[in-house]
Ligand binder design. Sequence first.
Ligand SMILES: Nc1ncnc2c1ncn2[C@@H]1O[C@H](COP(=O)(O)OP(=O)(O)OP(=O)(O)O)[C@@H](O)[C@H]1O
Ligand SMILES: [Mg+2]
Length: 456
Amino acid sequence: MSKIKTRFICQNCGAVFARIQGQCHHCGEWNSIVEEIDTPQAVNGSAVSTGEEPVPINQIEMMDSRRIKTGIGEFDRVTGGGIVPASIILVGGTPGIGKSTLLLSVADRICRSSSQSVLYVSGEESPRQIKLRAGRMGIDSSNLLVLSEIEINRIINTMGKHKPALVIIDSIQTMMHPDIQSAPGSVAQVRECAGMLQRVSKKTGIPVIVVGHVTKSGSIAGPMVLEHIVDAVLFFEGENIRDFRILRTLKNRFGSTQEIGVFSMETAGLKEVLNPSELFLSHHSFEIPGSVVVPIIEGTRTILIEIQALVAQTGFGLPARRAAGVPVNRVSVLLAVLEKRARLLLGSSDVYINVVGGVDVDEPAVDLGIALAVTSSLRDRPMPADTCAVGEIGLGGELRGITRIEERIREAEKMGFKKILIPSVNMSDKYNELGLEVIGVDNVADAAKLLFAKKE
Ligand SMILES: Nc1ncnc2c1ncn2[C@@H]1O[C@H](COP(=O)(O)OP(=O)(O)OP(=O)(O)O)[C@@H](O)[C@H]1O
Ligand SMILES: [Mg+2]
């Protein structure tokens, strides 16, 4: 067999070199040159190329395109209704967050529901170590095939031999192609291995889930092209100190990217959290000033979250403004609006905002919640325990209409709230029949007065 040649290509301008160099002569870019396999396939490298004539779209034969449902509701929702055949899903996440645990339970569910086999390839753990985790999770299926291997050709051969319903690669950074000299995890290796998996997956229809490690800056290690090659990018995140984890979609060719899945990490593996509102509010003590509950929209569902604010006298120097879970710039704007329109004196106070449970919220509908939390903390008066609030605040202090208000109101009702403050432009007669009082407010000053005015 002739030895496969490699070449070096600038990822910026496409110039080809015979050996590695730090700077590209053509475009002047630094560190943009990576090694690639010099084969006609790598050059023309399309995975879906069939070399045939174009076909009218109504004459294309449908492959069996039914999605593979895992039965793990949260995972199915995030993937857009199950795993699409012949697709590649990249699952990223910080070390130790539970990627292997999640995928092991996905593998187990598919084995059990389809009675087909699933191939779990690990380049990081030995079969015994995987067995240890499986034992803890109560997984013991003869259809779950475990392989400790890092050589990509051998993995692809095994795929061809066993024709599993799903292949899991844990992780892409440990995989290697023998003809590329650079170490596993390097740009060239990751790209080539992902490319090969993609070609095999498109040809055979076997979906592949690939684990990707995350760099310090939080992006998935390896080249950006990895994110272009795959069909969906899921991100598994959470705080190690707390036991719940959130699965988010960053990209999905076959579904919405707005969805989140919530899990809690337990000794027996990951458990789905069916009602996240309960989780995020479970430790809520309603008697604390500075705490406000807001219904937010994450994908197709509504979740109640709790926003906490602490306003404290500045000890020294400039007042501090810190925010976790909401953008700090948004908080600064809201504080300015509160000073100007609601006459709050915040100029010599530190303000700290926190979203309980480590959720990240970036929709403007939390504005009213933040403003009321700040007011509540400054006045040292708690928000009534049975009241929540939602609305976007404009620079004039006016409350602006928000989308999907009815869903938010219904979620608040479901969670036992008796009152909800919403922008008055969103008011409608149909809320009269609901089991909670819906109050429309025009601006943030009115809302604050309604809740925190001194009772004579
Ligand atoms: N005996 C146990 N009881 C409860 N939880 C455990 C136990 N052992 C491990 N865990 C949980 O499993 C997590 C590790 O899961 P896992 O190995 O799936 O993570 P990972 O994302 O694959 O990590 P890596 O990046 O190292 O591959 C730990 O952070 C811990 O929360
Ligand atoms: Mg792992």
